[in-house]
Design a protein around this ligand. Structure first.
Ligand SMILES: Cc1cc2nc3c(=O)[nH]c(=O)nc-3n(C[C@H](O)[C@H](O)[C@H](O)COP(=O)(O)O)c2cc1C
Length: 394
């Protein structure tokens, strides 16, 4: 099964690259990731000011024991740009077929910083350059990171600084924040300034909560906390919406990122038009070796549908999302209960009684739909723990 892909004219041996984050903190780590099978990596974002990270900078959102959201208040790379340039050179020499993406953040008012780091990464040999317009903690208060990515003028101005400099040839990919009402407004601004592609998305700012026994906030930094960026599974639907909006407008090629935990998650982003996906949190939780399973899952999806290459299904889902007003207002479905699978647990009955239309009754330990009360909302189907309810199109 050929799962190789292409982004802005570069060949990727598979659609999976590491996002800019702790798994790409240095060249030794990236080397191990490449050996495990990752097609590429975005280096941890470079910044010219020294970085000193806080301790206790992570927190998690769990359902039972499963981590479904991950918060961080981590800053950017602890290595200097000069250290990175040497490491990038070595990585590209040792792994010429892997994709290495630079990532930089400068001051919103300092053109030189952006240009210097862009040239440094380009000369070291990166294939693409991400502009970090999206870190939601620490930097926005200094007018950087997500503060830039929430402002179309600044996003366009910085993109233009790099695109109008004739020395800079490396494709420029601004990385978007999901924490904005109209992400296409930023997409359009950077597209008009000449951006070659877009990466969507970075983390979403959250407060993770409190430990109710100690009354300490999470993460607890000396008794206090601050809003941090959420990544991981909970971010996936937000990221899908952002990618959907950006593919529609401005339509630049998108590298997708956010909550990708499996090959099947990746396929959903590909259906929306992203030929490459980036992964961070799942690697932080499970290690580089998850790449093998992710690649197999993409192949399995392709087998189900008889695809022999990835380009056969990239973008196939784009026509399937539309405006609310365009949806068929007369579309009708009715729940159908499978009497073999239904075990009479009453979950659907209670949900429909207290959150729906009182359209389910229990009869001899089976859920029975009262069709003339049912509005076809699908709540019973969503909550059924036995997979015993299907919504059948009328
Ligand atoms: C601990 C941590 C540090 C991160 N550092 C950076 C960074 O330096 N630059 C950047 O562009 N994104 C950074 N990110 C964001 C990730 O690159 C990615 O956009 C985000 O985590 C969503 O992907 P995921 O759900 O697969 O983790 C960081 C994320 C985490 C969890």
């Amino acid at each position: 099964m050929d799962i190789s892909t292409n982004y802005l004219g570069k060949h990727f041996e598979n659609p999976f690259i590491l996002a800019s984050a702790p798994p790409t903190a240095n060249a030794e780590m990236i080397k191990r990731a490449f050996e495990a099978g990752w097609a590429g990596a975005v280096i941890k974002t470079l910044i010219q000011e020294p970085v000193k990270n806080l301790q206790n900078r992570f927190a998690t959102y769990k359902m039972g024991k499963k981590i479904i959201g991950f918060e961080n208040i981590e800053l950017l790379s602890e290595l200097t740009p000069e250290e990175w340039y040497k490491d990038i050179q070595k990585l590209k020499k040792d792994f010429p077929h892997k994709i290495v993406v630079g990532s930089i953040m400068g001051d919103a008012k300092n053109k030189n910083q952006w240009v210097e780091m862009a040239l440094g990464c380009q000369d070291a040999g990166v294939d693409f350059l991400e502009l970090n317009f999206s870190c939601p903690h620490g930097y926005p208060a200094k007018g950087k990171g997500a503060a830039i990515g929430q402002d179309p003028e600044y996003s366009a101005m910085i993109t233009l600084w790099l695109k109008e400099d004739s020395r800079i040839k490396v494709p420029i990919i601004p990385k978007m924040t999901p924490a904005i009402t109209n992400i296409s407004s930023i997409g359009e601004a950077v597209a008009n300034a000449g951006a070659d592609g877009i990466c969507a998305v970075n983390t979403f700012p959250v407060i993770m909560g409190f430990n109710l026994r100690t009354l300490k906030p999470k993460p607890d930094v000396g008794g206090y906390t601050t809003a941090g960026g959420m990544s991981g599974a909970s971010l996936k639907p937000v990221a899908l919406r952002c990618v959907n909006d950006l593919v529609e407008n401005p339509g630049l090629p998108v590298m997708a990122c956010g909550g990708i935990s499996s090959g099947f998650d990746a396929v959903e982003f590909m259906l929306l038009g992203a030929p490459v996906v980036q992964v961070c949190t799942e690697v932080m939780l499970k290690g580089y070796s998850i790449i093998s399973k992710m690649k197999k899952e993409v192949s399995r999806f392709m087998e189900w549908h008889g695809y022999s290459s990835i380009k056969e299904f990239i973008g196939l889902g784009t026509g399937l999302t539309t405006q609310y007003s365009e949806l068929d207002q007369d579309f009708k479905v009715t729940p159908s209960v499978d009497p073999v699978k239904c075990n009479g647990c009453q979950v659907c009955f209670v949900s429909c009684r207290d959150g729906g239309y009182q359209a389910i009754k229990m009869k001899e330990h089976l859920a029975v739909i009262i069709e003339d009360r049912c509005s076809g909302c699908s709540l019973c189907f969503q909550v059924c723990p036995q997979d015993a309810i299907q919504m059948v199109e009328n």
